[in-house]
Write a protein that binds this ligand. Structure first.
Ligand code: HEM
Ligand code: HEM
Length: 197
């Protein structure tokens, strides 16, 4: 029976056994899906853009064309962050097999949920800060007129929520998130960062 089998067959079975065992012993690192990675890095770059546009706006002379240009850019990019974060939430991308367990995992997931909340809530508070001041919101050349008019009392609340200690809190959260990713990569030398690239 065996002699009747084609000459190449036993070798090809052997080869497939070897390749299967290699695949089992050296698994490819699980990564976030391409969609999840695209959302993550696009929003991360836009978040940097939010601080850069605000820095340039605040650095320009008051009411100058440059100040207006940068606040419009800030509003437009901020609303884009909101739209993308909403889509990211709706797309419900499940993370790959988690590498850390227990408290470390809890802290990482807690931080990620906080960051997601930040990318959803900050644009809303920014939008309402502009609206309740009686100003129009700009979105890449389109204008959304204020529906509330000037409401100084309410506006004062949004000035605190989208101002005050907010930049420091947000930058601290992002800083801790980046530091954790670098700690995993360079100190623990695990694949946490590789999952996201
Ligand atoms: C993720 C999105 C956003 C981030 C990270 C962000 C961040 C910031 C930061 C750091 C400041 C400076 C606050 C201060 O110095 O006290 C600021 C101010 C401001 N933001 Fe945003 N923002 C976002 C979205 C928006 C949106 C969507 C709008 C409006 C549609 C907006 C409108 C404003 C306004 C009007 C100010 C005050 C500008 C001024 O001081 O003249 N922001 N934002
Ligand atoms: C240089 C900057 C950044 C690096 C190196 C980085 C790295 C990472 C890594 C390695 C993960 C996967 C962690 C795990 O699975 O345990 C992750 C997830 C995540 N990061 Fe970042 N991150 C950066 C910036 C940001 C920024 C600016 C935000 C938002 C403000 C953000 C929000 C998130 C969220 C929400 C997740 C959960 C997974 C997802 O929904 O995509 N990251 N990040």
């Amino acid at each position: 029976m065996l002699a009747a089998a084609p000459a190449g067959r036993p070798r090809s079975i052997l080869r497939s056994i070897i390749s299967v065992s290699i695949a089992v012993s050296v698994p490819a690192p699980a990564r976030y899906t391409l969609l999840a990675r695209t959302f993550h890095w696009t929003i991360a770059v836009l978040m940097a853009g939010m601080f850069i546009t605000m820095f340039l706006h605040q650095g320009a002379a008051e009411n100058s064309p440059a100040a207006l240009y940068w606040i419009k850019a800030h509003m437009s990019l901020g609303l884009l962050v909101f739209g993308l974060s909403l889509l990211r939430l709706l797309a419900r991308q499940t993370p790959p097999e988690p590498l850390s367990r227990g408290i470390a995992r809890l802290a990482a997931v807690g931080m990620q949920k906080l960051l997601l909340l930040v990318t959803l809530l900050l644009p809303v508070t920014g939008f309402l800060r502009v609206m309740t001041h009686g100003y129009a919101v700009s979105f890449f050349g389109y204008t959304i007129p204020s529906v509330t008019g000037n409401m100084p009392g309410v506006n004062a609340i949004f000035k605190v929520l989208h101002g005050g200690a907010m930049p420091l809190i947000v930058l601290t959260l992002i800083g801790l998130h980046i530091a954790a990713a670098l700690f995993h990569h360079f100190v623990l030398k695990d694949a946490t960062l590789k999952q996201m690239v």
